[in-house]
Write a protein that binds this ligand. Structure first.
Ligand SMILES: [Zn+2]
Ligand SMILES: [Zn+2]
Length: 206
């Protein structure tokens, strides 16, 4: 068994699993390189790009990983805009079958077919109705706090996670370098691949 670089066996990893980069997320002002530098500077161990309705290719991520070096593990997921709000999906490698404003139910169906993990992003941000709808969905975890979560939305998100007994995720939802790493989830090492991330998201403490 190989120890992950840089971490002692018992040290939990700081994972920021919700970050937007430009130009894949037009609303972001951060290039991928700037996001990587910001993550390293704020002590993040694992950075996950989740651009809007776009997935980085494996080749692109490998090139960026080379540039980032051994200090940071770089992975890619996606934030899908559904009719009922936004969902972070980890474990899909292409956008086939995904559509802007698809139903959350259809998205989860696709995610399940690929053994991907689904996290509700900032529930209750857009409406109470969207947040409440998540009570009916087969999601793996709830993002309870981020740079895009109000105090009130956080309270409802906490209650959703608690009522459903779901793992709680903290992630920056950064759209600028300054926000990268501002929120993170502590997860057990090793996290070298998307499969590692999926396993640890599911095990994160409710
Ligand atoms: Zn969002
Ligand atoms: Zn986002």
């Amino acid at each position: 068994m190989r120890e992950p670089e840089k971490s002692k066996p018992s040290r939990l990893l700081k994972v920021d699993m919700h970050v937007h980069t430009h130009p894949y997320s037009p609303c972001s002002t951060t290039t991928a390189h700037e996001a990587i530098e910001a993550a390293i500077n704020s002590g993040i161990d694992v950075l996950v790009f989740t651009d809007h309705d776009t997935i980085w290719s494996q080749n692109e991520i490998e090139d960026l990983q080379q540039w980032a070096g051994a200090q940071l593990r770089l992975l890619a997921g996606i934030e899908v805009s559904c009719l009922e709000g936004h969902f972070l999906v980890y474990g899909l490698d292409k956008v086939e079958g995904l559509r802007y404003n698809m139903s959350a139910h259809d998205l989860i169906h696709i995610a399940r077919r690929h053994s991907a993990a689904v996290v509700v992003a900032h529930p209750f941000r857009f409406s109470m109705e969207n947040g409440k709808y998540c009570y009916k969905l087969d999601v793996d975890a709830v993002e309870v706090d981020s740079s895009n979560t109000t105090q009130t939305a956080r309270q409802y998100a906490e209650k959703l996670a608690q009522d459903r007994d779901l793992p709680r995720i903290f992630a920056s939802d950064a759209h600028s370098p300054r926000d990268v790493g501002s929120y993170y989830t502590l997860l057990q090492p090793p996290i070298d691949t998307i499969s590692d991330l999926i396993r640890e998201i599911k095990k994160a403490k409710p």
